[in-house]
Design a protein around this ligand. Structure first.
Ligand SMILES: [Zn+2]
Length: 263
């Protein structure tokens, strides 16, 4: 019936979501079409829709030992995130392990809805410290409201509308244009400015949670080494700021103090 959303509907939808220029956790001004509250709300549904597809294929939380390991690491990170940004105490945090051995990826939607793929853990032989760095980085994208920025891109470029239209009448599909945008958002690249912010916030959260800051450097080195073997969704959505390794190395002395204090 509704093959294409009327333009007027889309405009009204965008207007209702428009928020004034926001300033994020890193102090950067963001131009966003989607308020953070809307992004968090939409991500709840997007998370369910995304995970349901894996659950139906039997790919969700298959290995109890790995699930326990990931949960223990992220619990410590969440504790630090809540201290750094008290508003996140109200988030409904969640993490799932997706069994996809060839996929090197992890993400965190607005409001703390996370997933990590078995390919990232196994193909990189990731240590606890490295898992903490990758999830700390992902959590930081959510803390710094980067999801809302990527959702804005998804909506402005029609990608969300296309996904929404393609699922109309599909009982398992997306339930709103906003949740379609949240689904598309995790497949879009972050800006390099966002990457630098997530690197800085992520290494701090991980250090304060008791995870070695040197692992931030080895993590990206392993990612680089793995590129070429395929399945590197993570690198395509997290473009490297030119000086990533140098910038991380510069942060390590300060982070070691947090890390040692936490140990
Ligand atoms: Zn990133």
């Amino acid at each position: 019936m509704m093959k294409n959303l009327p333009k007027i509907f889309i405009s009204l939808f965008l207007i209702t979501l428009i928020s004034a220029c926001a300033t994020n956790l890193a102090g950067r001004r963001q131009v966003i079409l989607v308020s953070e509250d809307s992004a968090i709300d939409a991500s709840k549904q997007a998370y369910i829709t995304t995970l349901d597809a894996y659950d139906k294929k039997g790919q969700l939380d298959k290995d109890p030992a790995m699930v326990k390991r990931v949960n223990q690491i992220t619990a410590k990170l969440i504790k630090q995130a809540m201290i750094l940004r008290p508003a996140s105490q109200n988030w409904e945090w969640s993490v799932k392990v997706i069994d996809e051995p060839e996929t090197i990826n992890a993400w965190c939607m607005a409001g703390g809805k996370m997933a990590i793929y078995t390919g990232l853990i196994n193909k990189l032989s990731a240590t606890d410290d490295e898992i903490a760095q990758v999830m700390g980085h992902e959590i930081s994208h959510a803390l710094a409201n980067h999801t809302a920025e990527r959702m804005s891109v998804a909506m402005a470029s029609d990608m969300a509308v296309k996904l929404y239209n393609s699922t109309i009448g599909d009982a398992t599909g997306t339930t709103s244009l906003a949740s379609a945008a949240a689904q598309v958002a995790i497949t879009l690249p972050n800006s390099r400015a966002s990457e630098s912010e997530a690197d800085e916030i992520g290494i701090e959260i991980a250090a304060k949670a008791g995870y070695n800051p040197n692992a931030a450097v080895t993590l990206w080195q392993k990612m680089a080494q793995a590129s070429g073997s395929g399945g590197l969704e993570f690198l395509s959505t997290h473009p490297a700021p030119g000086n990533r390794e140098k910038a991380l190395n510069n942060l390590i002395p300060k982070m070691m103090k947090f890390y040692q204090a936490a140990r």
